[in-house]
Design a protein around this ligand. Structure first.
Ligand SMILES: NC(=O)c1ccc[n+]([C@@H]2O[C@H](COP(=O)([O-])OP(=O)(O)OC[C@H]3O[C@@H](n4cnc5c(N)ncnc54)[C@H](OP(=O)(O)O)[C@@H]3O)[C@@H](O)[C@H]2O)c1
Length: 279
């Protein structure tokens, strides 16, 4: 059995799907007893994750497990688990943004490396799904307001991360490896907005706003400080120096990483008010 923490997130959900499709038994860790996951998936509450035996490999999602990761992995080690795969971030290797976010990922990596299991680290850049946060503005006005338009990253398609995670969870040859998972094209924010526009057949625009305006808007929308801190901190650094680009996805999957344009096409329904019925 393979345990997926953060199973209802964009990466966890797709990893569950790929593993179930490949015939694996999957334990999906979620606080939601009614989580809509593939038939046959065993739903496990986070509080019960340390009572499960017979787990061969674990996908560790640092946001979902937090400080409980150490207990989870200690139990796994005692009960014969072989492997842990960590969803980490490129910032561990290429610092950008506030150090406290980088330290959370570093701590998760350290926990995995020190637990006695074979480990694989997946250092991911920003997920394409992060740009779903633009959907409301695109639907309402066709303009995305944001700070640091020139910030460039090689955004990764979360489905590619899941495909790599599924390999690392099931193949021993990835033990002791650290992979950098990015797309292959470094794009600015207006270029990403234009790609969504191309997918929708509409002209969209990006309007620059000051970081302070964006921060106040996010806080007024009820989001915690952590959100603007995380977002604006890294964008400021990526405006000075583009985020990293790697060909690890291509090397691991034997095909190019999905492009942001492909992601936008596949998700265009999310950016239309009618859910894509006219797309
Ligand atoms: N987004 C990025 O650009 C990026 C980049 C690098 C690394 N990462 C990391 O990649 C991992 C996967 O990201 P994701 O977007 O697929 O998943 P996610 O949305 O961050 O979280 C996945 C699931 O974990 C549970 N969860 C979230 N916060 C929690 C909390 N505070 N306490 C307990 N459970 C919590 C929720 O599941 P239930 O409600 O079902 O319990 C959620 O659906 C995360 O650890 C993230 O930090 C993300």
């Amino acid at each position: 059995m393979i345990m997926i923490t953060g199973a209802t997130g964009v990466v966890g959900r797709e990893t569950v799907r790929l593993l179930v499709e490949g015939g694996a038994q999957v334990a999906a860790v979620t606080r939601d007893p009614h989580a809509d996951l593939p038939a046959g998936t065993r739903l496990v509450h986070p509080a019960d994750a340390t009572t499960l035996d017979g787990v061969e490999a674990i996908l560790l999602s640092p946001r979902a497990t937090g400080a409980a990761a150490a207990d989870l992995l200690a139990h796994a080690r005692k009960t014969g688990t072989s492997r842990v795969v960590v969803l980490s971030a490129v910032t561990v290797r290429y610092p950008a943004g506030h150090a406290r976010f980088r330290r959370q990922f570093q701590a998760a990596e350290d926990t995995a490396k020190g637990c006695g299991l074979d480990w694989t680290i997946l250092r991911c850049t920003d997920f394409a799904a992060n740009t779903l946060s633009w959907a409301g503005q695109i639907q309402a006005t066709g303009t995305v307001r944001g700070a640091y338009p020139e910030a460039r990253t090689s955004t990764v398609d979360e489905r590619d991360i899941a495909a790599v995670a599924a390999l690392a969870l099931t193949q021993p040859r990835h033990a002791g490896q650290t992979y950098l998972l990015t797309g292959e094209q470094s794009l600015s924010q207006p270029e990403k907005v234009a790609a969504i526009g191309a997918a929708l057949g509409r002209t969209l625009s990006f309007a620059e706003a000051t970081p302070d305006t964006i921060r106040r808007g996010l806080l007024a929308a009820g989001l915690p400080d952590e959100v603007p801190d995380r977002l604006l901190g890294s964008l400021a650094d990526y405006a000075r120096e583009a985020g990293p680009t790697s060909d690890d996805v291509r090397l691991l999957l034997g095909r190019p990483a999905r492009t942001y344009a492909t992601w936008a096409l596949d998700h265009r329904a999310a950016f239309t008010a009618d859910g894509g019925r006219r797309a």
